[in-house]
Design a protein around this ligand. Structure first.
Ligand code: LLP
Length: 381
């Protein structure tokens, strides 16, 4: 018997194949280090495989640092970004001797220095530089433009590096960049490489030699046809950085990939509660809503929707909506699906990244359960 819907269902074989694709590609570049962006999915069942593959983690809160540690990740492979790190969070990261803080402002740098002095440690630091590079993606997930709240402006970089070098409990390691998320145009990464090359040339003229270059994450996935592209093209992605970044001796390159690792292995499974015929529309009302997967409501994101209870090819047009009291609680409009009836199972694909982690209890709903292919096999009907 199938568990109560809605729930997340993860294909662990696909996650493993995705991890294998990453580790086999990166094996050719021993100076490349991949940190999994924990914010994409913190489900322990997935973290176990990611940790076993030898990846580090990229965190954006003390909670994530703790989850990383609790799930066996090596603190020496933890990077920690975020514009608003609290004292408590900084102390936690210092206590665990994480690899590096990605620092986003001068006041934050000063606070980390003070707290490190208090506990007798020296904090490893990369400065997050806002490279002002365009990322062609949804406006809500662009981060590397001058108007975004993230990072230190290029024009202030030299002054902040000089400051970092004077602080007794800060060890300046290098630079961090992250231009955005769901980036499918590889030109954006070429532009980032060029910008980093210019910055490095400038820094070397000033006598500054960073040992770490962290290029963030953001590699996009195919939301329209997950079965055609279950695993992103990591060869091309890493190859761009291998071919175009002008590295100095001894430099390491760090990556913070989230979505591209976990998105395609996750599916949100829901049941149809009602089919409602309105004047000009047919609504399929399902038992999952924006509380389980907020991406369509928040970013107008597209996820492929399937009626996995029917093999019919006599397609009809539906608006697939959730039960939440918000007009934006719509998964997609005018979707062509086999005829839907009450009780049918609906699969919302490519939901492994920023699905479960962004779930909420709005409307006093329960957080969704999760299962893997090891708990019960496909097909689910
Ligand atoms: N590094 C930093 C500093 C980040 O801010 C992010 C994502 C990543 C790495 C990982 O990016 P990824 O490889 O997953 O694209 N909730 C949104 C995405 C927000 C991304 C936030 N930062 C969504 O559902 O599309």
């Amino acid at each position: 018997m199938l568990p109560r819907t809605p729930f997340y269902y993860y294909d662990t074989a696909l996650l493993q194949a995705t991890l294998d694709a990453i580790t086999s590609t990166v094996a050719a570049y021993p100076h490349f280090h991949v940190h999994y962006a924990l914010k994409a999915n913190a489900n322990p069942k997935l973290l176990r495989l990611i940790q076993q593959a030898g990846l580090g983690v990229d965190c954006v809160s003390g909670g994530e640092v703790q989850v990383g540690i609790d799930n066996g990740f090596d603190a020496a492979k933890i990077v920690y970004a975020g514009v608003g790190k609290s004292n408590e969070e900084i102390l936690l990261a210092l206590q665990h001797d994480i690899f590096c803080f990605n620092v986003e402002s001068v006041p934050e740098l000063e606070v980390i220095n003070e707290l490190a002095e208090q506990v007798g440690k020296v904090a490893n630091v990369c400065l997050r530089i806002n490279p002002d590079v365009e990322a062609h993606t949804h406006a809500h997930i662009v981060t590397g433009k001058a108007e975004n709240k993230f990072g230190i402006a290029l024009g202030d970089m030299m002054h902040v590096i000089d400051l970092a070098k004077t602080l007794s409990h800060i060890r300046f390691l290098g630079l961090h960049f992250h231009i955005g998320s769901q980036i499918t145009d590889m030109q954006d990464y070429l532009d980032l490489c060029e910008r980093v090359n210019d910055i490095q040339d400038h820094l070397n003229e000033e006598g500054v030699y960073p040992s770490v270059i962290n290029v963030g994450g953001g590699l996009g996935i195919d939301y329209h046809d997950p079965d055609k592209h279950p695993i992103p093209d990591f060869k091309t992605y890493f190859g761009i950085f291998a071919d175009h970044l002008h590295l100095r001796d001894g430099q390491s390159v760090h990556f913070e990939l989230g979505r591209s690792i976990v998105a395609q292995c996750g599916t949100l499974i829901a049941r149809v509660l009602y089919v409602k015929q309105a004047e000009s529309k047919q609504f399929a009302i399902i038992d999952a809503g924006m509380t389980e997967l907020i991406r369509p409501a928040l970013y107008q994101a597209h996820h492929q929707i399937q009626n996995i209870s029917s093999q019919s090819i006599d397609y009809q047009i539906y608006d697939v909506v959730g039960p939440i009291c918000e007009s934006s609680d719509v998964f997609d409009r005018d979707v062509l699906l086999p005829p839907i009836k009450r009780g049918d199972l609906i699969a919302i694909r490519s939901a492994g990244a920023y699905g479960e982690t962004m779930a909420s209890t709005y409307n006093c709903r329960k957080l969704p359960a999760s299962y893997t292919t090891e708990d019960f096999p496909l097909p689910l009907t």
